[in-house]
Ligand binder design. Structure first.
Ligand code: KG4
Ligand code: ZN
Length: 384
């Protein structure tokens, strides 16, 4: 079964054709990073206009690259939430229109569920016959624990079976990716913040290695706070963000109760200050990045291990843009290896927003006989 998937929830425009929910026939993504970089984050109005400009060429390219015709396609799927309303509307409307015009079933997909299904995608594998849609050798095994960490979400989800999700915990304030993006602004490292912080941290670690010092010295140079929120599987990263601001400001000796609360204006001010420090090649920026990354990754890895033990899962999978972080992957395998628990994560291009994961998630719904009427609307605040 070939499904055309469409993704337009934020600042990436994607179209992909996926066979049997797993095998790639094409996967095209047009990114707006260059445009939003100028503003230090995604500007919703700009994002939706850009979606409009990209969506048709992206779909045409995906059809062309898959070398298929409309008669080969079994269904059309598009993200209907969560995300930016204006951006979502573009992909959903185009998807519904194509389904109507080609007389194909339509399925609206939850973007968060799709991030989980990125783990079913296989890169560079020839399509194989699928005897049972539920399981193909090489697929993740249920029950599994999924850590979804993206620009807008940090969630621990127990997946007992296809389509059965139990939310164990979520962020109480900033999402992990949002924290990476804001802290990168504070340090003047640009947008998107995740890859920039990872790179700065790696450079600081490399510098330690050059000096024949253990690389953990880079991670420990600035000891950052960790919010464990024991007794829950929730996360909180806003305290860490504030600590970063104060470190950047050099007022870490001020007692916490007398520290000013952080405003957007301050973030902009420190963004300029950090940009200056980064330009000067100040070593502190790398050490701050390494300390921050370590604090985020530590909490994510340890709490994931706690949940995996409590719920006796057979596998742990990562999903979402922050899953691209190499230190997180490394740290989480350190936690899970003693438990002999397999960890899997999608190749980087399937971690960040893409349409292949949308088509994959849609396939499993379609196999259960589900589809949507064409009056389905966008749901910007959709949850799992
Ligand atoms: O899943 P995604 O592409 O979009 C959303 O659905 O939000 O995630 C984007 C987020 C951004 O916050 C970005 O900074 C973060 O993923 N990210 C990373 C890395 N690559 C992307 N965070 C940490 N390390 C990375 N290597
Ligand atoms: Zn996403």
């Amino acid at each position: 079964m070939l499904v055309l998937g469409i993704e337009s929830s934020c600042d990436e425009t994607g179209a992909a054709i996926i066979q049997d929910g797993r095998y790639l026939r094409s996967n095209v993504v047009a990114s707006q990073i260059e445009i939003h970089n100028r503003y230090g984050g995604v500007v919703p109005e700009v994002a939706s206009r850009q979606q409009l400009a990209s969506i048709i060429p992206v779909i045409e390219t995906a059809m062309e690259q898959a070398g298929c015709d409309w008669k080969d396609i079994s269904a059309v799927a598009a993200t209907y939430g969560p995300g930016l309303a204006g951006s979502l509307l573009v992909g959903l409307t185009v998807g519904k229109t194509l389904a109507l015009a080609q007389d194909l079933p339509f399925l609206g997909v939850n973007h968060l569920e799709a991030h989980i299904y990125a783990n079913w995608l296989r890169k560079g594998e020839e399509p194989q016959p699928v005897a049972d849609w539920r399981y193909q050798p090489g697929d993740p095994v249920f029950p599994l624990l999924c850590l979804i960490i993206s620009g807008a979400h940090s969630e621990l989800v127990l997946v007992r079976e296809h389509g059965h999700y139990e939310l164990l915990g979520q962020t109480r304030d900033d999402a992990a990716g949002e924290a990476f993006d804001k802290v990168a602004r504070i340090l003047g490292l640009g947008y998107p913040g995740g890859p920039a912080i990872q790179k700065a941290a790696e450079q600081a670690e490399e510098e330690m290695r050059r000096q024949n010092r253990p690389i953990r010295d880079a991670r420990k140079a600035y000891r950052m706070p960790r919010a464990w929120l024991r007794g829950t599987y929730d996360f909180s990263f806003s305290g860490l963000k504030t600590a970063m601001l104060h470190l950047a400001e050099g007022v870490t000796n001020t007692p916490p109760e007398t520290r000013p609360s952080v405003t957007t204006k301050q973030i902009s001010r420190y963004a300029r200050m950090g940009a200056h420090a980064a330009q000067q090649g100040a070593p502190d920026v790398g050490l701050l990045a390494a300390g921050f990354q370590e604090a985020v990754v530590d909490v994510l890895a340890v709490k994931t291990r706690w949940a995996a033990e409590e719920y006796q899962v057979k596998q742990v999978v990562l999903a979402g843009g922050v899953a691209a972080n190499t230190r997180l992957r490394e740290r989480l395998s350190e936690e899970l290896t003693p438990l002999q628990l397999p960890l899997s994560y999608p190749p980087i291009e399937f971690c960040t927003d893409n349409a292949a994961m949308i088509a994959s998630a849609a396939y499993f719904h379609l196999c259960r006989g589900e589809r949507h009427q064409l009056d389905i609307d966008v749901v910007p605040g959709l949850s799992l």
